[in-house]
Design a binder for this molecule. Sequence first.
Ligand SMILES: [Zn+2]
Ligand SMILES: [Zn+2]
Length: 283
Amino acid sequence: MSAHLPSLRIVVDNQAAVGLVAEHGLSIWVETQNCRILFDTGQGNALRPNTECTKNDPAKADLLVLSHGHYDHTGAIDYVLQQNPEISVFAHPVILSQRYSIYSDKDPKIISMPEEQQLLIENLLDSHLNWIRKPTQIAPGIHLTGPIPRIHPLEDTGGPFFVDPEGKEPDPITDDMAMWIETPRGLLIICGCCHSGLINTVNYIRQASKEERIVGIMGGLHLKNASAARLVATTDALRDFNPEFIVPCHCTGDAAIDYFKQNLTTKITSGFAGFELNTGDMQ
Ligand SMILES: [Zn+2]
Ligand SMILES: [Zn+2]
């Protein structure tokens, strides 16, 4: 297996295999011959027991990628740094901002990265912290997008997200980024929550990588609150992107997954903690 063909395992998700802990959050372990990457950490309670069970030991990871600064992706940074003080962290600086979700019938909910985790990031040495502001290769054949241009008229961040508790200023979640992995049959795209929108994300990756072929898409696609028009547009775009498989999980939403299954011929498998994908089998 070449170094360009990683294996992946979802280690934290809203759903979990028997014996693993489920929580609203996401974390994916990516492993090549030369490099191990932890993509997000979940919200804090599941990463430790799950990685102990799956033997994806954060102490052995080389890189920690934070897709964006929501609590459900950044809650176990303390555990990762405690196990692995030398790990290199990759994120966009806006991960440290204050943010809220505000539904009209409820009090504002703080959904930022927890303060104790923010402090740990702020105290990292420059040599261990890599701010990503543009498409960047972080390991052989593995890249991060940095901020993704918001172009499609029907795509939004996917919820009532604000930077203030009064709900005056919408949070554009500019820190949201995706990862892509080169494989012989095209790119494998990994999304955290996909707050930039799936169409915007895939189009930007195609442009940045100069590769049109998409072999697969895995991660949270945040389509729970998507309008019918957006769901149709996303499905049409997926038909055009023509991935061999999609592994939607975390915040994608069951209705969107069902809609994809009914309207696409692509293989669609809902992800869960414990799910494993070996890109070495894709040759
Ligand atoms: Zn999320
Ligand atoms: Zn999010």
